[in-house]
Design a protein around this ligand. Structure first.
Ligand code: PMP
Ligand code: GLU
Length: 395
């Protein structure tokens, strides 16, 4: 039978992070000793007090469908979290709980974009942004940044990218994959540009908020009074609480956008998992200080990996201020032949590392930056040392 799939799905690129992780798993299953530094997944256990809350929820008999936009008391915990950590006041009608921040982002794209609407994505951006936008018939407009500006978009670049068709701006801060953080002043400067373009909605993805190494404090776009009514704040528990598989993310948004996400979700997945939602109430109600030990450990690993990478010729690294990735510029290798393999681009380079060093990373192309690769340091120190040593000898 010929391919009967829709043009929509045929035009989607598979998630490069998940694809690389699957490839690493496959190679491992076939007996290869692969070190996986491709997936952004904390290697910690979910903290005891959160696991206990989940067990309690099972024993308390939580098993029914949940409200589409989340349990009332979870929404309350999210509102308290937004106020406590971000000085953001939301009403319950402005909160929607979803199956991961990924679904939250997908919902927002689906309810805000019409065919041909442009979405500005400062590069490098998180891998799924461009395909989520395309799935909503939107047009991703990539704004290139480089290591020389710490991978941050300037107000001038934003201004230059705006057209009459611009509908949204999406960014993550701390950024996956660069680890860069927009300071409050930098966000203000972007907001000043947006003042002249009141039709533009901002998606501020703050899922790495707590994984911050303390130089640039966390700032939320919606905390500016003049941006509050047109900013969607996205967050979740996957990263700071090591709960990637529990699949809970959420938004704080203008009520009309939240209502629309609720309507869409009600036709797609219904409410998110009941046990995970109960556990997330505990995760958010407790102080973020309780998970600081993970951030401290990531900070040590960051120092370790930067030290090791900087010893390798041809790697140019910025110092990530948050998240748990380094995004070295490896374009010095382009055009070189290593062990008979010619490296033409970042994808060739990542593939070379997989095949010759048995280390899985992700090509920068997937993040809209063709000069880099992403290396996750959400791995043990031993793995990091071994992986970078292997990379060094393979090069
Ligand atoms: N945004 C960013 C920047 C991410 O790195 C991720 C990775 N998981 C997500 C959103 C999606 O998070 P979740 O696992 O909650 O769907
Ligand atoms: N967000 C993580 C990453 O960037 C998890 C994988 C994914 O959802 O793409 O690696």
């Amino acid at each position: 039978m010929s391919n009967q799939l829709s043009d929509r799905i045929n035009s989607v690129t598979p998630s490069a992070t998940l694809e690389m992780a699957a490839k690493a798993r496959e190679l491992r299953a076939s007996g290869k000793d692969i070190i996986g530094l491709s997936l952004g997944e904390p290697d910690f256990k979910v903290p005891d007090y959160i696991r206990e809350a989940a067990i309690q929820a099972v024993n308390d008999g939580y098993n029914s469908y949940t409200p589409v936009d989340g349990y009332v008391d979870l929404k309350k915990a999210i509102m308290t979290k937004f106020k406590r950590d971000n000085d953001l006041s939301y009403e319950p009608s402005q909160i929607v709980v979803s199956t991961g921040a990924k679904q939250a982002l997908y919902n927002v794209a689906q309810v805000c974009l019409n065919k041909g609407d442009e979405v500005i994505l400062p590069c490098p951006y998180w891998v799924s942004y461009s395909d989520i936008v395309k799935l909503a018939d939107g047009v991703p407009i990539e704004v290139s940044t480089s290591i020389d500006t710490d991978f941050k978009m300037t107000p001038e670049q934003l201004e230059a990218a705006i057209t009459p068709k611009t509908k949204m701006l999406w960014y993550s801060s701390p950024c996956n994959p660069s680890g860069s953080i927009y300071s409050k002043d930098e966000l203000r400067a972007l907001a000043d540009v947006l003042q002249k373009h009141p039709q533009i909605i901002v998606v501020s993805d703050e899922i790495y908020e707590h994984i911050n190494y303390g130089v640039t404090g966390h700032a939320s776009m919606a905390a500016f009074e003049d941006m509050y009514d047109r900013t969607v704040t996205v967050n979740g528990v996957a990263k700071a609480f090591a709960m990637t598989g529990w699949r809970i993310g959420f938004i704080g948004a203008p009520a009309y956008i939240a209502r629309a996400c609720n309507k869409l979700q009600g036709q797609v997945t219904s409410g998110a998992n009941c046990i995970a939602q109960r556990a997330v109430i505990t995760a958010l109600e407790e102080s973020p200080e309780r998970v600081q030990y993970m951030v401290d450990e990531f900070k040590e690993r960051r120092k370790l990996i930067l030290g090791l990478l900087n010893e390798i010729e041809g790697f140019k690294c910025n110092e990530p201020q948050g998240a748990f990735y380094v995004f070295p510029d490896i374009s010095a290798y382009f055009g070189k032949t290593l062990n008979g393999t010619t490296i033409n681009n970042a994808s060739d380079f990542a593939m070379y590392l997989l095949e010759n060093a048995n280390v899985a990373t992700v090509t920068g192309d997937a993040f809209g930056n063709p000069k880099g690769i992403r290396i996750s340091y959400a791995a043990s120190k031993e793995e990091i040392i071994e992986a970078i040593n292997r990379i060094k000898s393979a090069l």
